[in-house]
Design a protein around this ligand. Structure first.
Ligand code: IPM
Ligand code: MG
Length: 362
């Protein structure tokens, strides 16, 4: 098969981790007889420097024309002084909205090889950590009006949080469908004791529940959920939540699995075209040092193979290659705990080892 992939290397560690994922994709192409064509897209700080804006329209068009988009990370202190509507992150939000990818899927699963890297107590980890956060990605407070104005001699800032029934319904369906394919439990996370948007959220989720009798729907307040994720993560199968709650909870969920550097994500809309990115940021403090963990990006590429290209066997091959490299004890700094039998690796080294471990078609 021939596929067009728009590649956004981005800022900070973005370029280092993205190249490792591309090497892995090239190994898949070679071993499985596919052709992947890459189209480079400038977004984030690099685009601000080159074009004066974080995602020029023609760059968004390139992404829309591709079969899928692979993204490293954007942002960094260099662009901190840039006004809110021109920040690197604005490029990412424009990309997500422009592609219409409303459903962001962030798995929190502990790799058996890394259980000692979890900051949770062993008896909690042993009960199992394997859940998915389905995060609404193109609505809510991220996309409401943002303004700062002078009122009565002081500055007043406003950010508006809006959700419509149809926006809640479409992400709700993804939550139910995802739970149906897993262990059949969906936890809807909200703040209905304070927010109208959450009360509407619950109403829509309850109305959908009738269509999914095989899925058990529960509701949980977001503050309680933050606590339950560290108290007993084994209770969760699928969490569905709005944009900002999902942003916050997915960082927390990633950490209990050992490292945010391990976690991939997929973002999909109604079609097959998706956006694939690790959930971590551009980590400017370690950029250019070849110490970042490329596995989140490599696993994002695996999700691309699975969800956008229907290449399940190839996706399995990538995930198995990651698993076997971890089995052999290779670790980047973020997951290295000096245990016997483990070896500290650079970003490029672990990437190379994963590439070499991609098997051939069976
Ligand atoms: C994420 C990131 C982004 C978000 C930032 C970079 C805008 O934190 O993908 O989780 O808040 O969505
Ligand atoms: Mg985040």
């Amino acid at each position: 098969m021939k596929k067009n992939i728009a590649v956004i290397r981005g800022d900070g560690i973005g370029p280092e981790i993205t190249v490792q994922a591309i090497n892995v994709l090239n190994a898949v192409a070679e071993r499985y007889g596919h052709e992947f064509i890459y189209d480079e897209v400038a977004m984030g700080g690099v685009a601000i420097d080159a074009y004066g804006e974080p995602l020029p329209d023609e760059m968004l068009e390139k992404c829309k024309a591709a079969d899928a988009v692979l993204l490293g990370a954007v942002g960094g202190p260099k662009w901190n002084g840039v006004s809110g509507d021109k920040r690197p992150e604005k490029g990412l939000l424009k990309l997500r909205a422009g592609l219409g990818v409303y459903s962001n899927n962030r798995p929190a699963k502990i790799w058996k090889q890394l259980s000692s890297a979890s900051p949770l107590r062993p008896e909690i980890v042993q009960k199992g950590i394997d859940f998915i956060i389905v995060r609404e990605l193109i609505g809510g407070i991220y996309f409401g009006e943002h303004k700062t104005e002078n009122a009565g001699g002081q500055l007043v800032a406003t950010d508006v949080l809006t959700y419509s029934e149809s926006e809640i319904k479409r992400i709700g369906r993804i939550g139910f469908e995802t739970a149906r394919k897993r262990r059949g439990r969906l936890c809807s996370v909200e703040k209905s004791n304070v927010l109208d948007s959450s009360r509407l959220w619950n109403k829509v989720m309850r109305s959908l529940a009738a269509e999914y009798p095989d899925v058990q729907l529960t509701e949980m307040l977001v503050d309680n959920c933050a606590m339950q994720i560290v108290k007993d993560p084994s209770q969760f199968d699928v969490i569905v939540t709005e944009n900002m709650f999902g942003d916050i909870l997915s960082d927390e969920a990633s950490m209990i699995t050992g490292s945010i550097g391990m976690i991939p994500s997929s973002s999909l809309g109604d079609g097959k075209r998706g956006l694939y990115e690790p959930i971590h940021g551009s980590a400017p403090d370690i950029a250019g040092k070849d110490v970042a963990n490329p596995i989140g990006t490599i696993l994002s590429a695996a999700m691309m193979l699975r969800y956008s290209f229907d290449m399940d066997e190839e996706a399995d091959a990538v995930e198995n290659a990651v698993s076997s490299v971890l089995d052999k004890g290779f670790r980047t700094a973020d997951i290295y705990g000096k245990e016997a039998g483990t070896t500290l690796c650079e970003c490029s080294e672990i990437g190379k080892k994963i590439t070499e471990n991609i098997g051939k078609r069976k």
